[in-house]
Write a protein that binds this ligand. Structure first.
Ligand code: AMP
Ligand code: MG
Length: 524
């Protein structure tokens, strides 16, 4: 197995001089050296062939001992120096101080095809940042992270990626519902891959400690490597950097809203500086469209990270990043300007995205009103988001609402209780569709052309919460086939795949209140 090693983070930024693996506050350093823990019986369960190729490896590498050893943590790659990053963060609105990679260890950076990738093990043991936890991860959360990273990428959502999923052979104690019923689960390691895993919190920790030297070093490093259009080392450049981060973050959130993804823990330590979806924990997919839904039981009270709040939470997080970067710009004005524009830009991009979902190629002022009405309609009775938008493309613009519900057939499939859609509610839907059909008549494209376009933004297949859970339940019993089946299907989420039609279905009733399907916790 030959990787083209090109380390930069641990070469260009400050190292923690203490090499002991003891838990501590780490000052004036961007990272601490950390060696992955040796798994007792590593077992490779799944590899993303695309990521294998992306980092410059071949099919036969996947079957090598070296691959298993490196990506389960058993062996360190020659001439590399694995490390855990130091970062802080605001958790659920409060400053939490130093957090850091408590169970993530960056192995190395590789370059292939002119692209740089950081390889990072998640769940490979403790680091100086593990605080009171064990540095490990369980199979359940690792399957979820591995599958969802790859699925999101293929949906066109900016995201970190996942190369591999392994069992460690060790048992890990977890209290899933934090109710005193801890149980042993299988330990697992995922190898995550991204150009960088730097988070808002990496900047925040230096700013909080008034460590100007390292704040500047980290910012200049980030700009030089990942923001080619921004000038490093100047106040104007730092402001421009902030603007670019805000733009990337905004674009990412619009994609989340488009596909119905709820992150669940948008703390500033879980916000990638590159605008990538990062840290797949208690995330979830909207099944019944519900703007107040959050998958995270830890967030059930305040619902801070509910579906419809993701834009404003991103803005709140950007404000915290701005508070850190102001130490470099020494001027709040340019940063404030970026924040002030965010809301309007969000509305504009959100509307543009929804127009695409509805199949409008042109812009009309009344679209916003129609979108708002639709969002309300979708919540009158439980309506599956994915099925609704996918099947909307089947409605002909020449349909006649006067003929009652027959033309609504494809939409009926999206309702969890179609029998409820009668009388007043049916009238409301017909009224909305009246406007919608008239609006479609203003577009100069045929039903077929519109369907093709709509099918590029409205996925047919997403990783519904219960699907991941089925794969987990099987994997727990030693059957890993569903992991690959879902992985393969989710590579082409916008295609019709007749053999996978069974996955284009509403969530089954058994999954409605099941742990792992509708209720997820941070315990992973
Ligand atoms: P999260 O909410 O999962 O993003 O984690 C917040 C912080 O807790 C991060 O610093 C993580 O590295 C750390 N953390 C989460 N789980 C563990 C674990 N099992 N062992 C050590 N650190 C952890
Ligand atoms: Mg995290």
């Amino acid at each position: 197995m030959k990787l083209n090693i090109k380390d930069t983070f641990n070469k260009e930024l400050s190292a923690d001089p203490n090499h002991n693996n003891t838990r501590r506050q780490v000052f004036e350093a961007a990272y601490s050296y950390a060696t992955p823990r040796t798994p007792s019986k590593p077992n490779l369960l799944h590899v993303s062939d695309e990521m294998l190729e992306a980092i410059g490896l071949a099919e036969e590498d996947k079957h090598s001992k070296a691959f298993l050893h490196v990506f389960s943590g058993a062996k360190v790659i020659e001439n590399t120096a694995p490390y855990a990053m130091c970062y802080g963060g605001h958790q659920f609105g409060s400053w939490a101080g130093q957090l850091g990679d408590g169970r993530a260890i960056n192995l190395t950076e590789v370059e292939h095809d002119n692209k740089s990738w950081t390889l990072q093990l998640k769940g490979a043991g403790e680091t100086p940042y593990s605080r009171s936890a064990d540095g490990l991860a369980v199979l359940r959360s690792s399957v979820r992270e591995h599958l969802c990273s790859e699925a999101m990428y293929h949906l066109g959502v900016p995201t970190t990626r996942s190369l591999s999923l392994s069992l460690t052979g060790d048992q890990v104690l977890r209290d899933v519902l934090y109710d005193g019923n801890a149980a042993y689960e299988k330990g697992a390691v995922v190898c995550r891959v991204a150009p960088s895993f730097i988070r808002f919190g990496n900047f925040q920790i230096f700013a909080a400690r008034r460590d100007m030297k390292n704040l500047k070093k980290l910012t200049d490093y980030t700009i030089r490597h990942f923001f080619p259009n921004v000038e490093a080392g100047t106040k104007e450049g730092y402001a421009q950097f902030f603007q670019e981060v805000a733009k990337r973050t905004l674009d990412m959130i619009i994609h989340w809203q488009r596909v119905g993804f709820v992150h669940g823990v948008m703390n500033t330590d879980n916000m990638s500086i590159l605008g990538l979806t990062i840290d797949y924990g208690p995330y979830g997919w909207l099944e019944g469209y519900d703007e107040n839904w959050t998958p995270n039981t830890t967030d059930a009270q305040g619902k801070r990270y509910r579906f419809s709040y993701q834009g404003r939470m991103a803005l709140w997080n950007l404000l915290q990043l701005g508070n850190a970067l102001v130490q470099l710009t020494e001027n709040t004005k340019p940063l404030q300007d970026v924040l002030e524009k965010f809301q309007a830009q969000y509305s504009e991009k959100y509307t543009a995205m929804m127009r695409q979902k509805l199949g409008f190629q042109t812009e009309r002022e009344e679209d916003e009103e129609m979108i708002r009405e639709l969002e309300k309609m979708l919540q009158l009775t439980e309506t599956d988001m994915t099925i609704f938008f996918r099947n909307l493309a089947h409605i002909s613009r020449d349909a006649k609402t006067a003929e009652g519900e027959t033309f609504l057939e494809p939409i009926m499939q999206a309702f969890y209780k179609p029998a409820e859609v009668k009388d007043e509610m049916l009238k409301k839907w017909l009224l909305w569709f009246d406007k919608y059909l008239n609006r479609l008549k203003e577009e100069n494209i045929s039903d077929n052309e519109r369907r093709v376009l709509m099918n590029t933004v409205n996925p047919k297949y997403v990783l519904r919460n219960y699907m991941a859970q089925l794969a987990i339940d099987k994997a727990d019993k030693g059957d890993y086939s569903l992991i690959d089946e879902l992985y393969q299907m989710l590579k082409k989420p916008y295609d019709e795949q007749p053999k996978n039609e069974k996955w284009f279905a509403k969530r089954p009733e058994w999954a409605r209140h099941k742990v792992g399907c509708s209720m997820l916790s941070c315990s992973s």
